[in-house]
Ligand binder design. Structure first.
Ligand code: SF4
Ligand code: SF4
Length: 185
């Protein structure tokens, strides 16, 4: 005798993420892959990523380098004939992968985290501090090559040396902490 207990599938998990609910309406036309600015680097193109989610091949997908090369250009999302929003799906998959301990093959998450830390601390991006922290965490030697550009930006007052904080950063931190409690950053 069967029971009515509904096991949550990988597809259910992804479809429950913000703006990912139409994933099962994908017609596999490949417009997203053909439009994607970085797909040549992906082990599985955006169309295949969606196909793997639907096939329940979670581990195979999250172990691959796909999703991490998404640069949020949103061409896939603008052109998808079924309004699937593949970019949201890629970022949702990143969130699942991080929560489940998969190691990203790129520095993207370090950049995102450094970027959001800068906003949390200052209420806006503090470019100099953001870049300094990012290179410190990833490749301090690469920062040396950036020194002439940084000096030029500072000299021409295109980048402030010190952070200009907005008012209410404590309240902003409280809001972000509450939002983060509901999901991964
Ligand atoms: S463009 Fe949209 S419908 Fe076509 S394969 Fe990509 S997600 Fe699916
Ligand atoms: S948003 Fe991401 S998945 Fe979509 S086209 Fe751009 S890089 Fe590719």
């Amino acid at each position: 005798m069967g029971d009515n207990v509904h096991a949550t599938t990988f597809l259910d998990e992804v479809a429950s993420l913000p703006a990912c609910d139409k994933i099962n309406e994908c017609i596999q036309c490949g417009v997203c892959s053909g439009s994607c600015t970085t797909a040549t680097h992906w082990e599985y193109t955006p169309r295949k990523v969606i196909s793997l989610v639907r096939a329940g091949m979670k581990d195979e997908l999250l172990k691959s380098n796909s999703i991490w090369f998404c640069v949020s250009c949103y061409l896939c999302t603008a052109r998808c004939p079924r309004d699937i929003k593949p970019a949201n799906i890629m970022h949702g998959l990143e969130s699942i992968a991080l929560k489940e301990g998969y190691k990203p093959p790129t520095k993207t998450t370090t950049m995102y985290r450094t970027f959001t830390d800068s906003i949390i601390n200052n209420g806006r991006v503090y470019e100099f501090g953001f870049m300094f922290q990012y290179y410190l965490k990833t490749n301090p030697f690469a920062a040396i090559k950036m020194i002439p550009m940084a000096l030029s930006l500072l000299t021409h007052k295109r980048m402030p040396l010190l952070a200009k904080k907005v008012k209410g950063t404590a309240e902003l931190k409280t809001i972000i902490n509450k939002l983060s409690a509901g999901g991964g950053r």
